[in-house]
Design a protein around this ligand. Structure first.
Ligand code: RUQ
Ligand code: CUA
Length: 666
């Protein structure tokens, strides 16, 4: 494809909704797109549960959201790489460390991909991993609490896009750098001219090891690679268990105007990497130490507190010396998605600008490696011959293929951004068997269990990039949108549109039964090890340490203890450590104070959360519960008196008229 064609393609993509209207692809009415029984298929009656959890990355909102499928009902927003004033995530003293990085506090990111943990390549319902794209990070969400419990920063990386895909037993989450650049490493000189890209810019992929019991992450090793863009990846399974596959674009190594300059070559690469061999080399001491800085943040459910540690070293493997760990396979053209079928034999690359979908055969890859069937090398990495590793090509599938999921019945489903459709094809014969339009310009798609050894099938969900006319308009920005299709028959059938928060990127759907029974209902108060917890009303107190006033406060329906505090002075920092004494499901309490510059907090039963407040004026300030917790919720309130600097009002605290201030003033 020449550049003129390329710009036509891009222009076509931008004008797509108009194009659909004029070309007649768009059904004339909703009725034409949806069959009569669609409503029944997505109707989840009041009091009934959805069949699947759909765990969806929020793109530029840095969050993850959870929907029920088939209803499309929004069940929860999980803040990850974002502050969230609804529950104080990233604002409370306990959660601020979770957003620490080697660049300091970075309270936002751009989260693209979800990976649900697997055992033997099948969903186990334990954790969800999600990537931070901008300031390279991987987060782990505990699916027992639906909370972010760990975030690790990835050094020697810039734009963590091809992440956090997993190996079959969740041994590793991967992180491939989207942007190549001069490494962070102390031995590298980062101050180079941008136009020396070819000489000085490098790529890496990192393998983040995951503890099989606790889920705790740590960077096990990194692999140093030529300076290209790593886009997406998938772990092998079954026969290809030991391998990982990454799509690479910008093999032209352009550093400006990539829309043209990184679209020159007819083929870029899928990279095949043998992570088992890498493990062996690391064990044999073949890695080199790289001096770097990166944050590792862990949230402890016993202390209900996050801590951030700055780590200083990684191990880097160099495939120029370790010849048998990495191979490139030519792939037309600027591949985006790189997906492995449930059997582990087929790997398909979706060239955004390609007219075919190439499907590679794992057994042929192994044979080509054994026979050294190479087409030279690329920057020291052997390039396998395209014909030697190809199972075949899906011909004329559509325009702008992005991602592929599998139904476990021998079919693949590929999203096409430019032609705005999902195309179903047979993995063996490579024949297209069905196509349906999406509204509009689908990015990712998800079949429940689609990236596992045993897909659950039944539905495919489209995550669309452009909403246009699908919903009531809400000003210049429309809601983001997903669509649900029935795939239980031969033909895909549109069932439902549902709005999403942020920009939905990748998502996974998992049967409710794998998560629902494990859901934590409350934290046991006797296990609360927060240093400022008041585990009963008798333990409630206020005390001073210099200009810091600590209030170890309890909340239970429907009062705080203490609820009257005096003796705070201008210049003080007040720390409200609120312990929710409830031991019952679904009874959080909120806490808010007038003029607080951060957020309210929402404290789960049995948990302690801390809100820091620096009063800016003298006066009496109300505090109150923000979550309607009982018939007397509006009574759940109190006051804090703030006196001038140097005032001699003693620090006292009380609850109830009888209990006069008993303040143990330090
Ligand atoms: S990407 S729309 Cu950031 Cu996953 Cu393909
Ligand atoms: Cu506690 Cu309202």
């Amino acid at each position: 494809m020449n550049n003129r064609h390329l710009s036509i393609l891009i222009a076509a993509a931008l004008a797509l909704p108009a194009l659909l209207t004029t070309s007649g692809c768009k059904p004339k009415s909703i009725g034409a797109a949806v069959e009569g029984d669609a409503a029944q298929k997505v109707y989840v009656a009041p009091g009934k549960y959805d069949e699947f959890y759909n765990i969806v990355s929020g793109g530029f909102n840095g969050q993850v959201s959870v929907y029920g499928i088939p209803s499309g009902r929004l069940l929860r927003i999980i803040p990850v790489f974002s502050q969230f004033s609804e529950n104080g995530w990233g604002y409370s003293e306990e959660t601020k460390p979770m957003l620490n990085t080697s660049h300091g506090f970075v309270p936002w990111d751009d989260s693209h991909h979800i990976a649900l943990s697997t055992t033997n390549g099948e969903h186990d319902g334990r954790w969800a991993f999600v990537n931070g794209n901008n300031t390279p990070r991987i987060a782990r969400i505990d699916l027992k609490t639906f909370r972010t419990v760990e975030i690790i920063e990835i050094p020697n990386s810039s734009g963590n896009h091809s992440s956090p895909f997993l190996t079959e037993n969740t041994e590793y989450a991967v992180a491939g750098t989207r942007f190549s650049y001069p490494m962070d490493d102390d031995n590298s000189n980062p101050d180079v001219a941008i136009n020396t890209y070819k000489q000085n810019f490098k790529g890496t992929v990192s393998f983040v090891g995951i503890n099989p019991e606790t889920g705790r992450m740590g960077i096990s090793f990194q692999v140093l690679l030529p300076g290209v863009n790593f886009d997406l990846s998938r772990g092998g399974r079954g026969p290809s268990h030991d391998w990982f596959f990454f799509s690479c674009y910008n093999t032209e190594q352009a550093n400006t105007l990539l829309e043209v300059n990184a679209s020159q070559k007819d083929k870029d690469f899928i990279m095949a990497l043998n992570w088992k061999k890498c493990e062996e080399y690391v064990k044999a001491g073949k890695g080199k130490k790289s001096k770097v800085r990166y944050a590792h943040n862990v949230f402890d459910e016993k202390t209900h507190t996050g801590t951030s540690t700055i780590e200083a070293e990684t191990i880097v493997l160099d495939p120029k010396e370790l010849k048998d760990i990495v191979y490139f396979m030519p792939c037309p053209k600027s591949p985006h998605g790189c997906d492995v079928d449930p059997s582990g034999e087929f790997i398909c690359g979706s060239g955004k600008l390609a007219a075919v979908i190439p499907v590679f055969s794992f057994s042929k890859i192994q044979k080509a490696i054994a026979d050294q069937n190479f087409d030279g090398d690329y920057d020291g990495i052997p390039v396998l011959k395209y014909d030697a590793v190809l199972h075949g090509e899906v011909k004329k599938p559509g325009l702008g293929p992005l991602h592929t999921e599998f139904d476990g019945k021998g079919f693949a489903y590929t999203s096409f951004f430019v032609s705005s459709e999902i195309v179903k094809w047979n993995i063996q014969t490579l024949e297209v068997v069905d196509r349906v339009p999406t509204y509009y310009s689908i990015g990712h798609l998800s079949i429940p269990g689609g990236p596992t050894r045993k897909p659950h099938g039944k539905y495919v969900i489209a995550y669309n990039k452009i909403t246009k006319d699908r919903y009531l308009p809400t000003g210049p920005e429309l809601t983001q949108s997903a669509q649900l299709y029935d795939i239980s028959g031969d033909k895909m059938k549109l069932l439902l549109d549902f709005p999403t928060t942020g920009e939905p990127h990748y998502a996974e759907a998992i049967p409710a039964g794998l998560i629902q029974p494990n859901s934590v209902r409350f934290f046991k108060i006797e296990e609360n090890q927060h240093p400022y917890a008041a585990k009963g009303e008798k333990e409630a107190k206020a005390f001073r340490e210099g200009n810091k006033v600590h209030v170890n406060m309890t909340s239970i329906r429907s009062h705080f203890n203490p609820d009257n505090i005096e003796g705070v002075k201008m210049g003080d920092e007040v720390y409200f450590h609120v312990t929710n004494l409830e031991q019952d499901w679904d009874v959080p309490h909120g806490f808010a104070v007038k003029g607080a510059n951060n957020a309210e907090i929402l404290i789960m039963p049995g948990e302690t959360c801390t809100l820091k407040w620096v009063p800016d004026r003298v006066g009496v300030f109300p505090i109150y519960c923000t979550d309607f917790c009982s018939a007397l919720h509006q009574e759940m309130q109190g006051y804090v008196r703030v006196s001038p600097r140097g005032s001699n009002v003693p620090l006292t605290f009380s609850t109830g008229n009888k209990a006069e201030p008993t303040g143990a003033v330090k």
